[in-house]
Write a protein that binds this ligand. Structure first.
Ligand SMILES: [Zn+2]
Ligand SMILES: [Zn+2]
Length: 342
């Protein structure tokens, strides 16, 4: 089969590998679409060390079940499925304490190591436990977005306590996760402020229904946010950028007794932030990691067709053009979500 292999930093290759064969407890999947995540690009560029070279990347895929092992109980040939990134070990102290799979000390992390490959390939084998059937009403392209949508959906509904029409939501960062968060908040009828330095992404946020868009490179952007919330601030701050400016501004714009949900990656560096302000605001700050137990809920949400998430897909490439696709993700400011079609 053809597969994308990250052999090292700045070393992405399209390789011919043996077709994988499922064991009794595995399923063989024909991949139909796979999204490129910012994490994939960062690992390729060497700015993110989560992956162990060499490996097949891709944790945002959808495909058809084409063969099942003898001991598979819940899936049959023809089912259309998506897969979780994390598979918990079930035996570490955190798993035994009933914590979410993302807290497992020794998880299998698909799309980040050779033994647990991702979906940037024609075929993929997987254990049954991490697979979910997708609703008939979803297209492959829609289903390929479930992972980033679930990260936003879990941040809002799992960790953040939900969103209502009376909420004033400030979303920092209009990459795929921030834009998905925006659409989820719009479905709930909330007032939304999207904060993004990149003009194309600001325009996309506006097109997707943001009530106000703000450029954080403007000196007075915090004041702008306070103005449009009638000086009360955000009842819900969704930090989806990981940028220093946004993290610092989160405690400036949060309302009294508001919530701040940290979703964007900012691992490995210290950020100057006047964190004490959150005390006087009575604010709650949550860290939201991955989307444990939220892929099925997100699929149900998506099946309702309350929002068109495919509007965040800006480019599609055949698998053979994976290198061009990664370069586009890195270089083109108008690239938001890019899909590879194997
Ligand atoms: Zn990702
Ligand atoms: Zn564990």
């Amino acid at each position: 089969m053809k597969a994308v292999v990250l052999r090292g930093v700045n070393d992405l290759r399209l390789e011919e590998l043996p077709d994988p064969e499922p064991t009794d407890k595995e399923v063989l999947i024909r991949i139909r679409a796979v999204g490129i995540c910012g994490t994939d690009v960062d690992m390729w560029e060497g700015t993110n060390k989560e992956g162990t070279f060499p490996f097949i990347p891709g944790h945002e895929w959808v495909g058809d079940v084409i063969k099942v092992g003898r001991k598979i109980k819940s899936l049959s040939v023809g089912d259309r499925v998506v897969g979780e990134c994390f598979l918990p070990c079930h035996i570490c102290p955190n798993c035994k304490d009933g914590m979410s799979p993302a807290m497992c000390i020794n998880p299998k992390y698909y799309g980040f190591a050779w033994e647990t490959p991702g979906g940037m390939a024609e075929y993929h084998v997987s254990e049954e436990e991490r697979l979910h059937k997708i609703p008939d009403t979803l297209t492959y392209e829609e289903a390929a977005l479930v992972e980033p949508i679930s990260v936003a959906y879990h941040g809002i509904w799992g960790v953040g306590g939900g969103v209502a029409p009376h909420d004033r939501v400030v979303i920092f960062g209009c990459g795929p996760i921030g834009l998905c968060a925006l659409l989820i908040c719009k479905v709930a009828g909330a007032f939304t402020v999207a904060v993004e330095p990149q003009p194309f992404r600001r325009k996309l946020a506006k097109d997707l229904g943001a009530d106000v868009v703000v450029d954080p490179s403007e000196e007075k952007f915090v004041m702008e946010i306070m103005d449009c919330t009638k000086n009360r601030g955000a009842t819900l701050v969704l930090e989806c950028s990981g940028s220093d400016v946004a993290l610092a501004a989160s405690v400036e714009v949060v309302a009294k007794e508001g919530r701040i949900v940290l979703i964007g990656h900012s691992v490995g560096r210290k950020v100057p932030i006047e964190i004490g302000k959150s005390i006087w605001q009575g604010a709650k700050i949550f860290g939201s990691c991955d989307s444990p137990f939220f892929i099925p809920k997100t699929l149900d949400f998506m099946a309702r067709k309350l929002a068109d998430f495919t509007k965040i897909i800006t480019y599609r490439f055949p698998l053979a053009q994976a290198l061009t696709a990664f370069e586009t993700a890195r270089d083109n400011p108008e690239a938001v979500k890019i899909l590879l079609i194997p």
